[in-house]
Ligand binder design. Structure first.
Ligand code: TXA
Ligand code: MG
Length: 335
């Protein structure tokens, strides 16, 4: 299969390009497109055969459910049996945007989308290209991140091609994704709301909108049925081993490079005695939003530069860094 790449304006995507791409989706094809978080790999969510092709292209295990992307709240409600007050409040406050709500699904949603489960994850993305595409397609769009399973998510069109060139029908290249890490996944089916995956919407923002405590339920699970399989320990991982230092990482970087290894280092500040030699040092932004926006692109770049190991300076402990720490912890898991 030849993957056709269409470059579009990220703010005002050309209607002809959107219409053509929407037609590919409606006919059961696979289309990668930018969102405000990462690039997604979309298929018509109501077409089980099309959704199965997503799993095949990614090499994704069938037990990992997909997020369904819709144009607005009305379209979201058509997919669920219950639309609680909590969902209405969160949708009004955070949609379009990087918050995925997990709710009881209706039968119209095929089993392959929910991995056989009784719930479905739904969000309205805010990226103009994603929204225009979903509107033009006129169907809900199931879309995981547009990478091979377990690899780093793509935040630029070239990252998508690295993993999926020749395996998907089309790629809409709308430039870099502004957010850089995936949406917050919030389970609204239990007594209290539970964050299954931290993301760009913080627990504090959700709790204050609902005037309720929010559980953070992101412990990695091993074996057994998984409520949110994205929590599997190794996920979002670069092809080279990554370790998370418990300090700035500089001593570890020096020790490893003295053994002759070519090391990539995601640092937060410049050590005064710096002498980098063969070390690929990257100075990351010190505010969490800019760090998140840069993270996957820097990991892809280090991978492409051929480093043998990546050492990451420990980011701060506060809540603003929760999503970044979560992704780094998973990327660092040894197997
Ligand atoms: O920002 C994002 O969410 C991106 C863009 C493309 O929208 N998508 C994304 O999809 O990250 P994916 O498939 O890479 O991750 C989806 C996450 C997984 O952790 C999955 O287990 C969880 O959402 N998920 C999806 N449906 C679920 C459900 N019904 N119950 C619990 N977790 C669910
Ligand atoms: Mg993913």
């Amino acid at each position: 299969m030849q993957t056709e790449v269409l470059v579009v304006d990220s703010q005002k995507p050309e209607p002809a390009a959107i219409a053509r791409t929407a037609g590919v989706l409606r006919r059961g094809g696979l289309v990668a497109f930018p969102t405000e978080t990462v690039y997604g790999l979309g298929a018509n969510a109501l077409d089980a055969a099309a959704v199965e092709r997503i799993f095949a292209a990614k090499g994704r295990p069938a037990e990992n459910p997909l997020i369904v992307h819709v144009a607005d709240e009305t379209a979201a409600r058509a997919l669920v049996t219950d639309w609680p007050e909590r969902a209405a409040r969160l949708a009004a406050r955070f949609w379009p945007g990087p918050l995925t709500l997990v709710l009881p699904r209706r039968e119209v949603v095929p089993d392959v989308v929910t991995a056989g489960g009784m719930t479905v994850g739904i969000r309205v993305p805010s990226h103009p290209v994603a929204l225009a595409l979903i509107r033009a397609a006129g169907v809900p769009v199931a879309a995981p991140s547009a990478n091979r399973s377990t690899n780093i998510s793509p935040t630029r069109a070239e990252h998508v091609l690295k993993g999926l060139d020749g395996r998907i029908d089309m790629l809409l290249d709308g430039g870099p994704c502004p957010g850089g890490v995936e949406s917050t996944v919030l389970d609204l089916t239990g007594e209290s709301p539970a964050i299954l995956r931290p993301g760009l919407v913080s627990p504090g923002e959700i709790a204050s909108e609902l005037a309720l405590p929010v559980r953070i339920d992101v412990a990695t699970e091993q074996g057994g049925p998984q409520r949110s399989p994205g929590r599997q320990a190794r996920h979002y991982a670069p092809a080279v081993p990554l370790e998370l230092a418990d300090d700035d990482g500089w001593r570890r970087v020096q020790a490893l490079s003295q053994q002759g290894a070519r090391i990539g280092w995601l640092a937060l500040e410049l050590p005064s005695e710096a002498e980098f030699g063969r070390v690929n040092a990257v100075f990351m932004p010190r505010d969490p939003a800019s760090y998140a926006a840069a993270l996957y692109a820097q990991l892809h770049a280090l991978e492409d530069a051929g480093v043998e190991r990546i050492v990451v300076a420990c980011p701060p402990e506060d809540e603003a860094w929760l999503a970044v720490r979560d992704r780094l912890r998973r990327a660092a898991h040894p197997d």
